[in-house]
Every structure is written in structure tokens, then in C-alpha cells.
Design a protein around this ligand. Structure first.
Ligand code: GTP
Ligand code: MG
Length: 199
């Protein structure tokens, strides 16, 4: 799939105020600073469609983008960033979980994890919560440019080992780098195949 059209639609902190349209939707979620907004810019070939920052906690709202006029891409705030105040953190958690529980247009979530780190409880807990709520998801490993191919393989294998303790199968996963445009065709091709299955 080539992205010819990508436009910001709306930001808000209330799932009720998300676009009413029933277009299929794909959400990007993960820890603060994992590279969600950068990945969205890489996938859409736009430098600053989604706002990025070296400082964690940049994205604080549910952001809808209309892609090729027929599906929505959603940039979400990161979870698990300690320096955001406790009250703000609670609000994020609440509207993130409300988004996932109520958004019927959501086809699948992409849970982003930094390929450099060992599996983290917060990510595993979030995936468990998605599973318990019957929300389909794939894993996107980010920042693959930071590791050599052998280390990438080892880290993915570590992840598989941990996942298989909780899950019957390893979820679908992608290895990406926003700075090197790695994994772009794979992620977009997957979204396209899901969109076609909905027809
Ligand atoms: P929040 O909105 O704060 O939750 O963060 P985010 O997950 O949207 O992360 P963002 O895209 O803002 O990126 C965070 C930092 O990681 C920035 O400094 C990016 O330049 C850097 N970054 C993101 N993706 C990559 C990547 O693929 N490779 C490298 N080397 N750096 C990356
Ligand atoms: Mg962001």
C-alpha cells in the first residue's frame, strides 16, 4: 500500500468525541518514548504529521489521522512514564482503556516495544489486558537501527520465550526502524490485507 493522503483529523481525551465515521482504525500504543509518533511519520512518509520528542510524554491525547481517505490511524499517549504527575497518569490510563474498550471501529492495535530492552512487565501486562478484552494486537519492535542483526534476533527470541509462557502463540510481530524506514512495507501491507478482509 502506498500512502497518498494523510491528514490530521482531531485530538481529544474522550473516546465519545473521536470521529463518528465507521472507517477501519489502527492504533499505535506503547511506553512513552518507544517511538510511536516517529513510526507514524515513517509509515506515512511525512516528517511531522505526528509530533515527536526526545522527552517522554509528548503525545498526551488520542490523535486521529485519516489515511488514503479510507482508514484511520491513531497515535496514543505512552503508558508508564513516571515523570508525568500521578493524576495525569491516571487520566491517560483511563482514556486509553476507554478508547480500547469502546472503539468498535478498531481493527487491531499495534503494541510498540523497544527492541533493545528485555520484555518489560508493563508491556506484558498491557498485552494481557488486551487479550482479556478480546482486542487483537500485533507487536512492533522499534529502533532496530540501534542493534546489529544478531542482537535483533536474540532479543526477538527472548521476547518469544517470555510470550510463550503466557500465550499459546507468539503474536504477529514486525521489526522496524523509523530512522531507516525499516518494516514500512510489512506494516502497511498487513494493514492493507486486514482492510481488504473487511470488505
Ligand atoms: P510519547 O509521545 O512521548 O509517548 O513518545 P513516542 O512513543 O511517540 O516517541 P517519539 O516518536 O516521540 O520518539 C521518541 C524518541 O525516540 C525521539 O527522540 C525519536 O527521535 C527517537 N526514535 C523514534 N524512533 C526511532 C528509531 O527508529 N530509531 C532511533 N534511533 N530513534 C528513534
Ligand atoms: Mg508520541
Amino acid at each position: 500500500m502506498t500512502i497518498k493522503y494523510a491528514e490530521f483529523v482531531v485530538s481529544n481525551s474522550n473516546v465519545e468525541k473521536c470521529p463518528k465515521s465507521s472507517l477501519p482504525e489502527y492504533a499505535f500504543i506503547g511506553r512513552s518514548n518507544v517511538g510511536k509518533s516517529s513510526l507514524i511519520n515513517m509509515l506515512t512518509s511525512r516528517k511531522s504529521l505526528a509530533k515527536t520528542s526526545g522527552k517522554p510524554g509528548k503525545t498526551q491525547l488520542i490523535n486521529h489521522f485519516l489515511i488514503n481517505k479510507n482508514w484511520h490511524l491513531v497515535d496514543l499517549p505512552g503508558y508508564g512514564y513516571a515523570r508525568v504527575s500521578k493524576t495525569a497518569k491516571k487520566t491517560f490510563q483511563k482514556f486509553i482503556t476507554q478508547y480500547f474498550s469502546h472503539r468498535e471501529q478498531l481493527v487491531t492495535a499495534f503494541v510498540l516495544v523497544d527492541i533493545r530492552h528485555k520484555p518489560q512487565p508493563i508491556d506484558l501486562d498491557f498485552m494481557t489486558w488486551l487479550g482479556e478484552n478480546n482486542i487483537p494486537f500485533s507487536i512492533i519492535f522499534t529502533k532496530a537501527d540501534k542493534l546489529k542483526p544478531k542482537a535483533i534476533e536474540n532479543h526477538v527470541n527472548d521476547y518469544k520465550t517470555v510470550m510463550l509462557e503466557f500465550w499459546e502463540d507468539m503474536p504477529n510481530y514486525f521489526i522496524t526502524s523509523s530512522s531507516k524506514s525499516l518494516g514500512k512495507d510489512e506494516v502497511l501491507g498487513y494493514i492493507q490485507s486486514l482492510n481488504e478482509n473487511l470488505k
